[in-house]
Design a protein around this ligand. Sequence first.
Ligand SMILES: [Zn+2]
Length: 279
Amino acid sequence: MLYRVEGIVIRSTDYGEGNKIVTLLTSTHGKQGVIVRGARKPKSRFGAAAQLFTCGDFSFYKTGSLGTLNNVEVLEPFRQLRQGLEGPAYAAYACELTDRAVDEEEAGEYIYYQLKACLAALAEGKDPQVVLRVYEMKMSSAAGYMPILTECAGCGRRDVPFRFSPAVGGALCGNCRHRDPYALELDEPVWKLLRLFAALDMRRLGGVELKESSKRQLQFAMRRWMDAHLSLNLKSRGFLDQLERHGEMLGLKQEPGFDTAVRPPETTMRVIDIRRAVR
Ligand SMILES: [Zn+2]
């Protein structure tokens, strides 16, 4: 059967001699694995189409589990994301996160347009420290793990100030603080941003300027959240970490948010199912 779908390449791996297998996140048919024959040969007309984060109209024949590419019309090559080190690293992280966090059944039209908007925002030069944090929230939600942010995840009280506890499920009030000694203290503007990110559609993300300390708190909070609930161990994140450490060595980042060295021992991380925890 011949399929014609709009999709984005979220994974691309070498296959046999000169071929590639790409995973497409599509707008209408979830995730699809497609063989691109000859993609690694110098004169292949499909070479560009088999590259990570290419967005296009893909036509492929499929009888078994894998399709075979027949034709592609590139809609958005995202060339800006292929330059330098950081652009490709941020975009690769968004793709790998999507591939790993989103199951076949959950990969629908909404997720597709969130990823497309995420890549477009990165290509337009919007702050990756904002774009990726919003996207992480979207992917946590898609995987079924949205933090509880407007009331205490322990008892439901709405008394601020809260701390942020990945282990208990989000906001934690003063009465429940004993349930997680490693809960994070976040500035009030950071709480507002987390709530905004939870509600925001990536397609409506404007330009946001944040203090360096807010970015650091957001990054640390989302990382702790995803480590506790999604535990994906992404290869692309390791590379991003190296890039960021390199940036810090060069003095590109001042005004650290707070001590990121304080973290709970892995053994105390209790992974709970937020879907069941939400009342
Ligand atoms: Zn409470």
